[in-house]
Each structure stands twice: as C-alpha cells, then as structure tokens.
Design a binder for this molecule. Structure first.
Ligand SMILES: Nc1nc2c(ncn2[C@@H]2O[C@H](COP(=O)(O)OP(=O)(O)OP(=O)(O)O)[C@@H](O)[C@H]2O)c(=O)[nH]1
Ligand SMILES: [Mg+2]
Length: 449
C-alpha cells in the first residue's frame, strides 16, 4: 500500500526580501497630490487573490494629505472645501479568487474601515456596469453635476487598472481600448490623459502606473509577501531565484491538496499516467511535466525551465481552480491556514522533531458561513490595526523629520542674524575708525545728536 503523502509544513523562505520601487512609481506617487485636486472619485484596484497583500497604504497616505481625510474615513464621501470626494476599492480578477470570501471581505472592510468594496472580473459587463453605476450615481449626487466628473484609478502593478478602465469605457460609451494592458507588471509607465467613460453626466478617467510598496517587510513575512506577489505577476518574477517561485507554488498546492474540495493539481497539468501521488520534490514534478509536454533541449535533454514556466502560467491562468492566496481563515496559534479538513493531515516523524502539529479547525466549525464571516472579520481587523501602527510610525518619521526641518530653519535664521550682526559691527567699526576710534554705541549716540 502506498504511504500517505505528507506535505511540507514549512517553506525555506529566502532571507532577503527583494524590493521593486522603480523610478516611474516614485514619480507617479509624487504627481498624485497635484492631480487629486481635480479628482472626485479614486478607485483603488486590488487583486482579489491577495485581498490584503495587494493593499498599498501609500495611496491612503496621499489621499489623507491631499484631501485631508482622517485615517479611518478613507472611502467615505467627504465634503472638503465644498467638494465631495470618495475612495472606492475594486477587487479585480474575481474569476481567479475564491468567491466565498467576497461577502465577508465586503462586510469586514465596511465595518472596520468604513470602506466600500466591490469585486469585478473586468471582462464581465455585469460586474463593470455595477462599478460604472456607482461612479455615475456619485456624479449625480454632486451639487455641481453639470460639470465633468473625474475618476483616477490607482493600485499595485498588474492588478488590472488599465483593463478596468478599458472595460468602463466599453460598457459606458461602447468604445474600444484606450489603455495598454499586459500580463507583465509595469505596463503603464506614465499618468495618462483623460478618457470619457460616460456621456451624461460626463465622466472621465485617468490611468496611472502601478505602484509597489517601497518595502515589503522583513523576515519570512516580507519574503512570503514577495513570493505571493510574484506568483500573481504583481512583482517581477526575475527578482527571485528561478526555482523558488515554482517550489513555493508546489508547497502551497500540496498544503491545499489536504482539502478534498480543492481540485488536485495532478489532474490540472499534463503528467504521465503513472504520476498519481503529490510530491514535495519540485524536480520530480518538473521532469514528469517536461516529459509529458515534450519540453526538450537540442540533444534530447529535458527542458525543466520551460516546464517551470508552464507550471507557473497554469496557476496564473487559474488552472488550479479559484484560489485566494492570502490566509483569511487564520486563527491565533494556527500554523497552516486555508485548510478545511483536519482529518487528512498527519505529521511525518522527520518533521515531528522541529514542527508543532498544526492546530486545524474541524470541518464542521470552519465551513459554516458565519465562521468564515467571523474569521475574515478578525483577520481584516488585525490587518488594519497593523497598518494603523505602521502609519503611526511613518507619521512619527514625518514629524521627526519636520522637527529636524524646524531645527535647520532656526539654525539658518540664527546664522543669518549672526552674519547681519557681524556686518553691522564691522560697519560701525569702520565708521568708528573714521570718527576717531569711538565705540559703536557712542558713534550711534553721536550721530543721533
Ligand atoms: N482573469 C482576469 N484577468 C484580468 C482581469 N483584469 C485584468 N486581467 C489581466 O491582468 C493583466 C494585467 O492587466 P493590466 O490592466 O495591464 O494591469 P495594470 O494594473 O494596468 O498593470 P500595470 O499598468 O502594469 O500596473 C492582463 O493580462 C489582463 O488581461 C480580470 O478581472 N480577470
Ligand atoms: Mg496599466
């Protein structure tokens, strides 16, 4: 009888987290404050497969400073200097993510951040129409609805910003693509001009380049964030060692294979008929895949790089089923999340020494919709609290630097006064010399007379 399969419970994350904050991203962030003066609605696009990892708080920072929003009211319709502003979050690529998380996420962001959230497959007219309706309703509510309304879309690279804007134009004014799109991150490099997406009231949109956060975080958490972003093509895959991405995908697929409700990867990529058990060995999988798809180099050697690209593309095209990669069902003390069955897991004797058995919720408790709601709500709350702490640290940084600035200004002022004083003394000395060497005070007195 075949031995039961034991997935790896730990992944050897790289010790260094790569960063990708290109010049065009910094430029785009710098341009936002000026542009935001004329913007009524900001749509922050995020990837539904990474509902937390694809949040870049840099956008809220800019909105707060430009629109004067408080940290917890980003998203509410604001009245700032008589203008109504709003931020809407749109999770794109909903077709690739698990639909069971949509309602809980909408509820959690509304409850904990007062943030309205919509989900869309940008190729679905129905989904796009609901976003357009939201924008047009916003335009109609405005006191000056006769004027144009401007929408700006922001978001991390490759989340589908340009696709969303093309879709809004397709649905709103029945016109073809206006913005370039592509499967690689970094396609849009500059802020675009406006494009009309609705006639009455007139609504225009601007597209912006994707902006990655400048720092993904340290240790395993930062590294895992980077790997998730690379898997979803949100960050350049070339920033990582070639094998690590495919190995991370295999690690996650194997953990997920413990839940029989997910499709097995064994059935979703071409593998030889003899390959019937999951494996923790990436090379073994790639050899099997390369053999089956006929990936060969000149000389008859198997081309494992092609097989690796095939494997990663299969994930990006949704071949392994809908999959939300962020762990939304995490409980305190839980090692592995997103698992719904505790029965199938067992720990190998090799792993027993260094790994604590994961505390998995029982299927009965976790599959209940109310439980998913509660767990997602708790996860989003914790995430937002972490973000608020990070923001406070950033603000401290800003106030520290503004204190430094003030100190510098004072020192400059002091130096200027000193220079003026010295010049005055020198002038008086000159005058004094001319008046027979009197002190400057007596010179003044003498002249006053
Ligand atoms: N499956 C699926 N793919 C989508 C969806 N929206 C966009 N895409 C694909 O995602 C990729 C990136 O789309 P873009 O619109 O170029 O993304 P972007 O955010 O403008 O990217 P940058 O300009 O590089 O920051 C393209 O291959 C699109 O076809 C969606 O809702 N579902
Ligand atoms: Mg784009």
């Amino acid at each position: 009888m075949a031995l039961p399969f034991h997935p790896r419970l730990r992944f050897p994350f790289p010790t260094r987290t790569p960063s990708w904050f290109a010049g065009h991203m910094a430029r785009s962030l710098n341009e936002l404050p000026n542009l935001l003066k004329d913007i009524d609605l900001v749509i922050e696009a995020r990837d539904a497969r990474l509902p937390l990892t694809s949040v870049n708080s840099a956008f809220d920072d800019v909105l707060r400073t430009s629109w004067g929003l408080q940290s917890n009211d980003a998203g509410r319709i604001m009245d700032v200097k008589g203008k109504q502003r709003e931020k809407l979050v749109v999770y794109t690529k909903r077709d690739l993510a698990e639909s069971r998380f949509e309602k809980p996420l909408k509820k959690a962001f509304l409850e904990h951040a007062n943030q309205k959230v919509l989900f869309a497959d940008t190729r679905s007219d129905k989904d796009v129409r609901s976003i357009l309706k939201h924008a047009v309703d916003h335009a109609k509510q405005r006191y000056d609805a006769v004027y144009d309304m401007n929408i700006l879309v922001v978001g991390m690279p490759n989340v589908g910003k340009s696709s969303l804007l093309n879709a809004l134009r397709r649905v709103g004014v029945h016109k073809g693509k206006a913005f370039r799109i592509g499967a690689e991150p970094g396609i849009t490099r500059r802020l675009t001009g406006t494009v009309k997406i609705n006639e009455t009231p007139p609504v225009y949109v601007y597209d912006t380049p994707g902006v990655m956060m400048s720092y993904l975080g340290k240790g395993e958490r930062g590294a895992e964030k980077g790997l998730k972003l690379a898997l979803t093509a949100g960050i350049k895959a070339s920033l990582f060692e070639p094998d690590i991405l495919a190995d991370y995908l295999l690690y996650r697929l194997n953990l997920r294979s413990l839940d029989p409700t997910y499709p097995s990867y064994l059935n979703n990529i071409p593998l030889p008929p003899s390959f019937t058990t999951p494996t923790n060995d990436l090379t073994e999988l790639l050899i099997a895949l390369a053999t089956r798809i006929g990936a060969m180099r000149a000389g008859g050697e198997l081309d494992l790089e092609t097989a690796q690209r095939f494997f990663l593309r299969a994930f990006q095209e949704g071949k392994f089923g809908q999959w939300t990669l962020d762990d939304l069902l995490e409980r305190p003390g839980m090692v592995i999340s997103n698992l719904e069955s505790a029965d199938t897991i067992s720990i190998s004797s090799e792993a027993e020494n260094d790994v604590q058995p994961p505390q998995l919720p029982t299927p009965a408790t976790i599959t209940a919709a109310a439980d998913i709601d509660a767990l997602v709500s708790a996860r989003v709350k914790t995430f937002l609290a972490e973000q608020a702490r990070e923001q406070a640290r950033r603000d401290e940084g800003i106030s520290e630097s503004s204190t430094q600035e003030k100190k510098k200004e004072l020192a400059k002022l002091k130096a200027e006064r000193q220079a003026k004083w010295e010049a005055k003394v020198a002038r008086r000395k000159e005058l004094g010399d001319g008046l027979g060497g009197r002190t400057s005070r007596s010179t003044t007195r003498a002249r006053r007379k």
